[in-house]
Write a protein that binds this ligand. Structure first.
Ligand code: NAP
Length: 369
């Protein structure tokens, strides 16, 4: 499969598009910082690099860290080649801000060393998210919590962050009680290897000239428990004793913490689908107050980092293909829910590599400087 890496790069390096409610800011007037990216070669890491560059983050020095497998590889920042180094506990001398995106185990083992060396860590893994001493932040919602940090600030789960971009403004207007939601999650949410798994399976199907009803492929899935091409897998993350997966419970647990709403309840089914990039979530929400549809549109149109795309008569609604590579999330398909009291149903889409990961982390770092 010689050209797989090229396809993967196309997914990871999708063209970034101008954004409405979340403009790329003018250069920040701040002392340049020494920034480290842990997991720089991963699906999120490469987007972090791009966000730092495109948002004119005041980078004085950039240290790129990954596993021994990537040590010596070259990546480019502002036209300059940078060599990836192997992550060790000694990697953080002089680092001001460390963006971690290499999995929970790496965050557990190395974030304390970064803090000890004087860095503030913005962690993209789930490891510190529910720690009471670690702020869990979506800047459009709870930026003020950043000030409470003790060296580590956590970035939320991608599906949760994208959902809250639409749910939180509605909560402020109507007071959310609970939601029932289903997610349609892209393979890049699982990382670079998952992108290649979908690409390889799709290529295999095409090369064998399969008919639509013979889409079952003779190939062993490696990343996912089942073939992902032409499939929908209702299994994202590990199953818990209550029958939900860890990913599904993050919406309730992280949603409560970010919104400062301990009574918020969420019943979620997370589904992996053969989309390369951008997660979609169908949400039915029940509120304390009656929902006025026009008021709902008003609050969503005024929400930062969110576009309203909702013209079903003209087939206009948020689509993963259109939102991929875009900073803003999008909401549409608004309707008064026909089964809930004070209910509203809607469809939210966001690029989980950006608002669900790299962009949100860099926005947090911007708040720090
Ligand atoms: P990925 O594409 O698999 O990348 C993993 C990164 O971690 C690579 O840079 C890898 O380096 C590095 N790494 C792995 N083992 C390492 C080690 N022992 N020492 C140092 N670096 C190591 O995964 P990803 O999708 O970017 O996800 C990274 C983290 O972000 C995970 O915690 C994930 O849960 C979280 N996250 C991801 C998304 C998403 O949309 N993908 C969204 C939200 C949160 P090598 O290249 O050298 O192996």
């Amino acid at each position: 499969m010689p050209d797989l890496p090229r396809l993967s790069e196309r997914i990871l390096f999708a063209p970034r598009r101008a954004c409405g409610g979340n403009p790329i800011p003018l250069p920040l007037m701040s002392t340049p910082k020494h920034v480290a990216i842990v997991g720089a070669t991963g699906a999120v890491g490469v987007e972090m690099l791009r966000c730092l560059e495109e948002r004119h983050f005041p980078v004085g020095k950039l240290t790129l860290l990954a596993s021994a497998r990537s040590a010596g590889k070259t990546m480019t920042f502002k036209g300059q080649p940078l060599t990836v180094q192997e992550l060790t506990t000694e990697s953080f001398g002089g680092v001001d801000i460390a963006l971690f995106s290499a999995g929970g185990g790496i965050s557990r083992d190395f974030a304390p060393a970064a803090v000890k060396a004087g860095a503030v860590v913005v962690d993209n893994s789930s490891f510190f998210r529910m720690d009471p001493n670690t702020p869990l932040v979506v800047p459009e919602i709870n930026k003020a919590d950043i000030a409470k940090h003790r060296g580590i600030i956590a970035n939320p789960n991608c599906t949760t962050a994208i959902s809250l971009m639409a749910l939180y403004p509605l909560h402020q207007a109507f007071g959310v009680k609970r939601i029932v939601a289903s997610s349609y999650q892209a393979v890049s949410g699982t990382g670079a290897q998952a992108i290649e798994e979908l690409a390889a399976q799709s290529r295999l199907w095409a090369s064998e000239n399969r008919a639509w009803d013979a889409a079952k492929l003779d190939c062993a899935p490696k990343v996912y428990p089942h073939q992902i091409a032409f499939n929908a897998i209702p299994h994202v993350d590990a199953f818990l004793d209550n029958g939900y997966t860890k990913e599904e419970m993050k919406m309730e647990n992280e949603g409560r913490k970010i919104m400062g709403h301990p009574d918020f309840r969420a019943s979620v089914t997370c589904v992996r689908i053969p989309v390369f990039r951008a997660h979609s979530i169908a949400i039915a929400a029940e509120f304390e107050k009656p929902v006025d549809l026009q008021r709902a549109y008003e609050v969503l149109r005024a929400a930062p980092g969110l576009q309203v795309i909702d013209d079903p008569a003209n087939k206009q609604y948020p689509l993963a293909l259109n939102i991929a590579g875009q900073d803003d999330c999008a909401v549409g398909r608004l309707r008064v829910d026909c089964a809930l009291t004070n209910g509203l149903s809607f469809w939210v889409v966001g690029d989980q590599l950006l608002k669900g990961a790299a962009l949100n982390a860099v926005q947090i770092a911007e708040c720090l400087v």
